[in-house]
Design a protein around this ligand. Structure first.
Ligand code: HEM
Length: 250
């Protein structure tokens, strides 16, 4: 008994908190702040998201979630995935498709604009799904727990700034299979903590979570660049047609 207590105490001293859910939150704290400070997220925090920003965001999220959810499905019985596999409660793909159809019409697939950064993110997801499925938890955590946390506020801001009614276009932010986001997050954390990982794998998961935030930041930055260049092009066209009218050429 005494030896057991001693062993526990030593472990506690060396590893103050061994819960993956706490470690991952701590490891990604700075990354979260950086993600909050991207141009796109700052627009959100000012309550000024535009239709162009939101449509592009949906296109990228679709690309990302298709890859994430296909890899989770393929690996659903892997011991590093099974405890955190909640397709009924969390899957986003179909909800995003509803929103894409709302904004782009039935031929949304042909109209989607996906930046290279979103392709890189999807590529990483497929790579780890094939080679190291135990790292998928880092990506599932970053996206799904984010959507269940700050994402809920982002949904309300989207609805308000774009004047959307009756839930049209904001299905992505809803979780019909989750009655209490906070209680579900608790359950998800406890499932994360039940995943058995070697020290090396645990380190890999924490590094992958930082990488997951980084991939999100790169997508947000790419979206802002796209929005700015679309805006510049629209301004240029307005200028040209005004100049043509002034010159009497039209
Ligand atoms: C948690 C806000 C963007 C990922 C949270 C929480 C808030 C929040 C209030 C709850 C913290 C808690 O329960 O202790 C925001 C705001 C954002 C933003 C205002 C931008 C406007 C993001 C982004 C991501 C993200 C872009 C990732 C792509 C997460 C994750 C958690 C979280 C994974 C769960 C943390 C945990 O409990 O372990 N966020 N967030 N957030 N957010 Fe964000």
């Amino acid at each position: 008994m005494e030896t057991e207590n001693k062993a526990q105490t030593e472990e506690e001293v060396e590893m103050p908190n061994r819960d993956l859910s706490e470690q991952i939150k701590e490891a990604t704290k700075d990354s979260h702040v950086r993600a909050e400070n991207t141009g796109l997220m700052l627009s959100y925090q000012k309550g000024q998201v535009t239709l162009a920003q939101y449509k592009l965001l949906l296109c990228s999220l679709h690309h990302i979630y298709v890859a994430l959810e296909e890899e989770l499905d393929k690996n659903s019985s892997h011991p590093g995935v099974a405890p955190i596999y909640f397709p009924t409660e969390l899957a986003r793909r179909e909800l995003i498709e509803e929103d894409l159809e709302h904004f782009y019409g039935q031929d949304w697939r042909e109209k989607m604009v996906v930046p290279k950064a979103a392709e890189r993110y999807a590529h990483r997801l497929r790579q780890i799904g094939g080679e190291n499925p135990e790292l998928l938890v880092a990506h599932a955590y970053t996206r799904y727990l984010g959507d269940l946390s700050g994402g809920q506020v982002l949904g309300r801001i989207t609805q308000k700034s774009l004047g959307l009614k009756n839930g049209d276009g904001v299905a992505f932010f809803t979780f019909p299979g989750v009655s209490s986001p906070n209680r579900f997050k608790q359950l998800y954390r406890s499932r994360m903590n039940s995943v058995e990982l070697t020290e090396e794998q645990r380190k890999g998961v924490l590094e992958e979570a930082v990488q997951a935030f980084e991939l999100n930041i790169q997508v947000f930055d790419a979206l802002q660049d796209l929005v700015s260049s679309m805006q510049r092009e629209a301004d240029r066209q307005t200028h040209t047609s005004q100049a043509e009218q002034l010159n009497g050429t039209q």
